[in-house]
Structures are given as C-alpha cells and as structure tokens.
Design a protein around this ligand. Structure first.
Ligand code: ADP
Length: 459
C-alpha cells in the first residue's frame, strides 16, 4: 500500500467514526459526548505514535521499525525505505570517491587540493615525492610554506591562474616542476605539479647546441668572407671566375647573417627574465632607424615617422633597437617601390604605448600570421632568400618583446599592406618631463640625404 492510499483510507475511517459517533450521540440524546471521547482517543493514538517516531528517530532509525497499523505503519515503512535508499546511495558515492582517489593516487603528477587561502586539504602520493610533503602531517598547512618561490607566491596572491609557472623543486634544485593551479567549486583550487626536468634539459641542450654551432661557424665564415672579398678585389683574378666568386660571397654573407641572428637569439634565451630598465628615448631611436630604412629603400619608398617625443620606454636599448629595426626593415623590404612605410610611436590610451609599423606592401594571408614568429618561417621562401632574409627576424622581435612584457600584434590583408604593432604595458612606459612647447607629436617625412627631425625641434 502506498502512503497516499493509506492516507485516503485513514481519512475515510476518521470520517466514518466521526459520523457514527455523531449519530450515536444524536440517537442517545448525548449531545456530543461520544464524539468528544472519540476525538480524544484519536488524538491519544496519534500522540503515542509521534512519541514512537521520535524514539525511533533518536536511535538513528537503526532498530526495527515500531510495529503498528494504519497510516503510522505506512509512515514508518516509508521512512525505513528512504533510509535504505540513502544508505545504498551513500555506498555508491563512497565507491566513486574511492575510485577517484585511487586514480588520483596513481597519477604520476602531483595533485593537491587547496582551500581559498592556500591551505592543503588533500594531496596524492606524487605530490609528496615531488614537493616533499607528508600525509597527514602537512594537511591544513599553507602550501606557500613548502614552495618558497616569489613567482608562486605572486600567482597565489594575485589569483592569476591562466599561465603555469616553472620552478625548481624544493627538494632538489635540478628537478624542474611545472605548476598549474585550477580554481573550482567556488573557493577551492586544484594544484597540479608535473616533473618537466627531461624537457627542460633537452631544451637546454638544444639552446647550447645552437649557440655552440653558431659560435664555431663564426670564425671560419669570417675567414671565407675575407678571402672571397680579397679575390673579388684582386685585379689579376681571372674574369671567368668573377660570377662564381660573387655568388659565393653573397651566400657566405647570408650564412654570416644567419649565424649572427642565431647568436643573438641564443643570447636572448641565455638571459631569462625581464630585460633591463634603462630609459630609452624611442623617438631618437626611430629617427636613426628611419634613416637606415631610407638607405635600405634607396629612395624608393616614402618613409614617415610620427612620434610622441615625451614618451620613453624602460628597457634595453640594443634589444629594442634590434626589434624595432627588424620590423621597420621588413616593411621596406616587403613593400614595392613607390609604397609608403609609416613608423608611429604613441600612447595606447590605457597607460601603455605602442609602436605601429604600417606598410602598403603585398600583405600576408591570415593563416600565415600566427606562425610568423617561428624560427625560419617565411611566407614566400624564394623571395626571402632573394632579399637575403634569414627567417629569424620576427623570432628575435618576439623574444625581445616578451623580455619587455610586451606583445606583437599583426594585422594584414593580402594586397593592402600590413601593420606590425609592438604594444608595451604601462609599467614599461615613462613620460619625460620636457617643456610643453617642446613636446610635440609631429609627422615627419624622412627623405634621402635629409636629416630626420628630432624631439623638440621644428623644421
Ligand atoms: P625574413 O628574414 O625572411 O624577413 P622574418 O622573421 O623577419 O624573416 O619574417 C618572417 C616572414 O614574415 C618573412 O619571410 C615574410 O614572409 C613575412 N613578413 C614579415 N614582415 C612582413 C611585411 N611587413 N609584409 C609582408 N610580409 C612580411
């Protein structure tokens, strides 16, 4: 019997009893004594069962359900059934949790559950191995007490969990750990720790190899280039060898440029972390780059410079010169004669600043753009070789910008030209205190044989 049919039956019984007692009262002329007695008996019966229920619940519903009849029998039975179902569900849930914990335990990576303030709630065996944590001793302790690294503390404090961080294990300096924190369930955090020593060592070996090979190639190449130049300049050198020697010179010069670019990349990679913070007057730097761009163009392009003189960068002069000149010279080399190249240095409206190098060249198809900063990636290999490109310029630009907390943004449409933007954050930008009348933002056309205009001067 279901509880609803038992309820209906109870109502029917109650109504029938009330009517019978009411009629008996009326027949016997006992205005409502029998009805009142019946109501009291009914109330006593229910109070007694409430008492039974309370006693049974107080025992945790563990003993057998009290034996009774009617609606109360149904109530006890339903409660027992719900209890049995709950017990089964709990068992199933416990099994799922156990299976999950076993899987997390078997993981080769460390997994640690943290609360909102970074205290350890749970950890697997691998995290003990990688970080030297111990269970249950370290449960409830702040994880920052075990990983004493400024970048880790910064990540937890700033709650910036987008990027993983790499650091040495607190147990062994040579073990490199990649740590990623994933927020979940409102205030909880799951911290994943992976041993990346093998990849790190391979990467180190690759960098060393490239640096060493480039270094070793430098001296023989200098000798070859020197001898080829001497042969070219030798008036008695047979004329029929003129062209082969010329080609050898060009290829040797190209190899030298590749070696120099590789060495520059190696130097950038060998100095990890942020670049220095000397004050760099970008306007003056652009003036010199614009002059070199004019020389490279040989007067075939219109080159404009448009700069906010008071805006300076905090960074490394040589690295920034290399990055900006790479982008500017690319613009000249990828723009047909008669085209325009524009160098613009201005605030970005959010406290930072940006250098935009815009050209009216052939542009780049969208699918090439994400790959431009890869080493040796060229959109048009043949053209790049023809122009003497190394395919390493934009890789250098990207490295320099990352070291200056900046980003490279490329917008381009085939046939319409390109815009390469170097975007610097506010903390890398300073405004020079120069008299108002000398602060100007002026557009300057840089022409061959004519000095470009510097800050604070009018033409
Ligand atoms: P490269 O030495 O070949 O110029 P970079 O790394 O400087 O090497 O550039 C990579 C590739 O990006 C170039 O080969 C070229 O195809 C493309 N590229 C760079 N700048 C421009 C530009 N302003 N317009 C069109 N294509 C460009």
């Amino acid at each position: 019997m279901t509880i609803s049919s038992a309820r209906a039956r109870e109502w029917r019984r109650f109504a029938a009893g009330a009517v019978a007692l009411g009629v008996a009262d009326w027949l016997l002329g006992l205005t409502p004594w029998l009805l009142l007695c019946g109501a009291c008996a009914c109330l006593a019966w229910h109070v007694y069962h409430v008492h039974l229920l309370a006693r049974w619940l107080a025992s945790g519903g563990r003993g057998p359900e009290p034996e009774t009849r009617g609606i109360w029998a149904q109530v006890f039975e339903s409660l027992s059934r719900i209890r049995r179902q709950n017990r089964k569900r709990k068992k199933r849930l416990r099994k799922v949790v156990m299976r999950f914990q076993q899987a997390a335990e078997a993981m080769p990576d460390g997994a640690i559950v943290l609360d909102a303030v970074g205290n350890i709630l749970w950890m697997n065996a691998a995290s003990s191995r990688l970080l030297g944590l111990e269970r249950p001793r370290d449960i409830g302790l702040p994880v920052s007490g075990f990983i004493r690294h400024p970048s880790f503390a910064d990540m937890l404090n700033a709650e910036e969990f987008d990027e993983p961080i790499q650091l040495s294990s607190p147990l062994r300096e040579v073990v490199q750990l990649l740590i990623r924190v994933v927020p979940y369930g409102g205030s909880r955090r799951l911290m994943l720790v992976r041993d990346v020593s093998r990849i790190h060592n391979l990467e180190l070996a690759r960098k060393d190899f490239v640096a060493n090979v480039s270094h070793e190639l430098r001296s023989p190449l200098t000798v070859i280039v020197g001898y080829l130049e001497a042969l070219r300049d030798d008036a008695q050198f047979p004329a029929e060898f003129g062209r082969p020697v010329e080609q050898m010179s060009q290829q040797a010069a190209r190899m030298s440029r590749i070696v120099e670019d590789l060495l520059q990349l190696s130097r950038l990679e060998a100095t990890p972390g942020a670049a220095g913070s000397e004050r760099v007057a970008v306007t003056d730097m652009l003036e010199s780059i614009a002059r070199d761009a004019v020389a490279l163009s040989d007067g075939a392009h219109r080159i404009h410079r448009d700069a906010d003189c008071a805006l300076c960068l905090l960074g490394d002069w040589n690295e920034l010169y290399s990055a900006f000149s790479n982008v500017a010279f690319n613009a000249v080399q990828h723009t047909r004669a008669g085209g325009t190249v524009r160098l613009q240095w201005a605030p970005d409206g959010a406290g930072g600043a940006r250098l935009d190098v815009t050209d009216t060249g052939g542009g780049i198809e969208a699918h090439h753009i994400p790959r431009l900063t890869e080493r040796f990636y060229r959109v048009d290999k043949a053209r790049s070789h023809e122009r003497g490109g190394t395919g390493l310029g934009l890789a250098i630009v990207k490295h320099v910008l990352v070291r200056h907390d900046a980003e490279l943004e490329v917008e381009s449409r085939p046939g319409e030209g390109s815009r390469f933007s170097c975007r610097f954050p506010a903390h890398r930008v300073v405004r020079m205190e120069i008299p108002i009348e000398e602060t100007f933002v002026e557009e300057t056309a840089v022409e061959p044989g004519r000095e470009a205009v510097g800050c604070g001067m009018t033409r």
